[in-house]
Design a binder for this molecule. Structure first.
Ligand code: AKG
Length: 173
């Protein structure tokens, strides 16, 4: 059986005023727009919580391949750390520049071996782990290959992820 890497709750911005403010914070949206180079809108957000000691790693995967937008769309996720997130707690790791390969692979976040079977070449790609302090944020393109470690600490690892899409992208359900 595949072990769950995290517990997820979607569309928090619609349910909680503070999370709404965080999702649309001008610093966040300005940086997202600058990186994307185009006008954006929110697609959805979620809280991702890794349980203390028990959670599995988040397998190396891409997001956009699972999402209802054309794979050439500009989709950008802001991963915001709601506490200091160390390597031991399961910080995010990215294969920098991998979004440019546009090499589409549907790998589940629980499937630790998936990328080894589908894209063994990724083994040679440097993986950059990014520990964050509380309130820090990373941005990643929807086609970037990324992963996160297991939470080996005694604390919950909680992140808020705001996902923005090119304002003109068509939902293809
Ligand atoms: O927070 C994580 O462990 C991974 C995040 C992730 O896979 C996602 O945002 O879809």
């Amino acid at each position: 059986m595949l072990e769950k890497p995290f517990i997820k709750k979607n569309n928090i911005w619609c349910q909680d005023e503070i999370m709404r403010e965080l999702t649309f914070h001008p610093n966040l949206t300005a940086m997202a727009t600058r990186l994307a180079g185009t006008k954006l809108r929110i697609w959805h957000d979620h809280i991702l919580a890794k349980m203390p000691e028990l959670s599995a790693p988040t397998a190396l995967h891409q997001d956009l391949v699972k999402w209802p937008y054309d794979q050439k769309s500009m989709v950008l996720s802001a991963w915001i750390s709601l506490q200091d997130t160390t390597v031991e707690m399961g910080c995010m790791s990215f294969l920098s520049g991998s979004h440019k390969s546009m090499d589409v692979r549907d790998i589940h976040t629980s499937d630790q071996e998936g990328w080894k079977k589908k894209t063994p070449d990724l083994q040679c790609w440097p993986r950059l782990a990014i520990p964050l302090q509380v309130g820090d944020c990373t941005f990643h393109h929807g086609m970037t290959f990324y992963s996160a470690g297991a939470n080996l600490s005694e604390r919950w690892r909680v992140a808020h992820v705001a996902i923005f899409v090119d304002a003109s992208a068509a939902y293809n359900g």
